[in-house]
Ligand binder design. Structure first.
Ligand code: PGA
Ligand code: ZN
Length: 421
């Protein structure tokens, strides 16, 4: 193992044009690991804290110089000379001393945690996922995650598009990673043609998915996806299916306990919303539904799970925010059957993997995911997915910070199977 000799940190830009944190961890051998952190636009309320400067003269208060200075002035002096990711994460947690990392900022802590992991992997001459498997004594799985690709986006990720935040294509079957990537991108191209032929805009939203201004209703997007799968020459339900992320906390009113869908011009009680969604089952080849109910509506999640049992995976994102305690609660209450994994929701690599380990124990899916607010070019989530044997990774189809993830996945496939190319 390598002891930390030096830590550097800086403010860089994330995909939305606002700052994020990048850290470089240098070991005594001189080996360096670098990592940058992403954050959400429709973040769950219980996520670890993204510490902003709140200085309105810079980036409208969204600067991250305070987080950067915490790395340099507080974290570095405490962990220089240390080794071992779990020890280092633990030390940073103690240094922060809060349950949600509001003191040092999860953006500061996570950048160091990820950069150390990467430095240590390089030092060991290992792929990052191999190092993570060793460090956390994970099964040596080499199963590659399948792409779950955002094709149409709305909600907080685009203007005047759907109320549901994401309509996704999820690869099915036994294709290799590169073939799966190819298939989903061909479906994306087919979708572009369909939207054009319908007179809809093919401008893209935060995650590089289409955001068709003036789309008629929330169901229409699914019709387009099925047609796109067929037009690209694939079989809906066998080779490619549909996933949804409603991000329902964004259209839930805590006072009235109702959901408002603008395109439907209607308020729904939780029971009505579940019935409304349930009508779509059987009509479309669903793989998974994420955050179809609000993070404030715990009691109705088990009802939804029961309703779709055995047919559709129910993914928790805002509900569980990559937090082992909340995930444990969701499992006990049978509120979800899969979990979306976002490193910055947890704030350290160790806690993120602990959360995944709980899913592994229970035989439930983990789905490492990009973020819609400020995504970085970092591809850590892909190695994380391979390390824990995830079923899918959720990433947008275009824009450099998104395709970087698919490119990393294809490189890992080539590494595992040099004959595949
Ligand atoms: P976010 O959206 O990163 O903006 O929170 C992605 C998601 O909800 O899955
Ligand atoms: Zn989500």
């Amino acid at each position: 193992m390598g002891k930390i000799k030096q830590i550097e940190a800086r403010e860089i830009l994330a995909s939305g044009g606002a700052p994020t944190v990048e850290a470089t961890v240098i070991l005594e051998s001189g080996v360096a690991g670098e990592a940058s952190v992403s954050y959400g636009a429709s973040a769950g309320s219980k996520e670890a804290v993204v510490l902003l400067d709140a200085d309105s003269r810079r980036f409208k208060g969204k600067g991250m110089l305070r987080a950067v200075s915490h790395i340099k002035e507080k974290i570095a002096p405490a962990i220089i000379g240390m080794e071992g990711l779990k020890n280092i994460d633990q030390k940073m947690l103690e240094l922060d001393g809060t349950h949600n990392k509001e003191n040092l900022g999860a953006n500061a802590i996570l950048a160091v945690s990820m950069a150390y992991a990467r430095a240590q992997a390089i030092e060991n001459k290992q792929m990052l996922y191999e190092y993570l498997q060793d460090e956390f004594e994970l099964p040596k799985s080499t199963k590659l995650p399948k792409p779950m690709v955002v094709m149409i986006e709305g909600g907080k990720h685009a203007d005047n598009s759907t109320d549901l935040q994401e309509y996704l294509i999820s690869a099915l079957g036994n294709k290799g990673a590169a073939e799966n990537v190819q298939m989903t991108m061909e479906i994306y191209e087919a979708l572009k043609k369909i939207l054009k032929s319908e007179g809809k805009s093919t401008n893209v939203g935060n995650e590089g998915a289409f955001a068709p201004n003036g789309i008629e209703n929330n169901e229409k997007a699914m019709e387009y996806l099925v047609r796109a799968i067929e037009n690209a020459g694939y079989q809906p339900g066998a080779e490619a299916g549909i996933s949804l992320d409603a991000a329902a906390s964004e259209f839930y009113n805590k006072e009235t306990q109702k959901y408002h869908l603008k395109l439907e011009n209607r308020d729904f009680s939780p029971e009505e919303l579940i019935e409304y969604f349930a009508q779509w089952i059987g009509k479309y080849p669903f793989v998974s539904w994420e955050d179809m109910l609000s993070e404030y509506d715990w009691e109705n999640w088990p009802r939804l799970v029961e309703k779709v049992e055995g047919k559709i995976k129910i993914i928790a994102d805002d509900l569980t925010v990559t937090n082992t305690k909340l995930w444990q609660e969701a499992i006990e209450k049978k509120a979800a059957t899969a979990i979306l994994i976002k490193l910055n929701q947890a704030g350290t690599v160790s806690e993120t993997i602990e959360c995944c380990q709980l899913a592994i124990q229970e035989g439930l899916w983990t789905i490492p995911s990009h973020r819609g607010g400020g995504e970085s070019n970092d591809t850590f989530l892909v190695d994380l997915a391979v390390a824990v044997g995830s079923e899918y990774i959720k990433v947008g189809p275009t824009r450099g910070e998104r395709v970087a993830k698919y490119n990393r996945l294809m490189r890992i496939e080539e590494y595992l199977n040099p004959q595949s190319r």
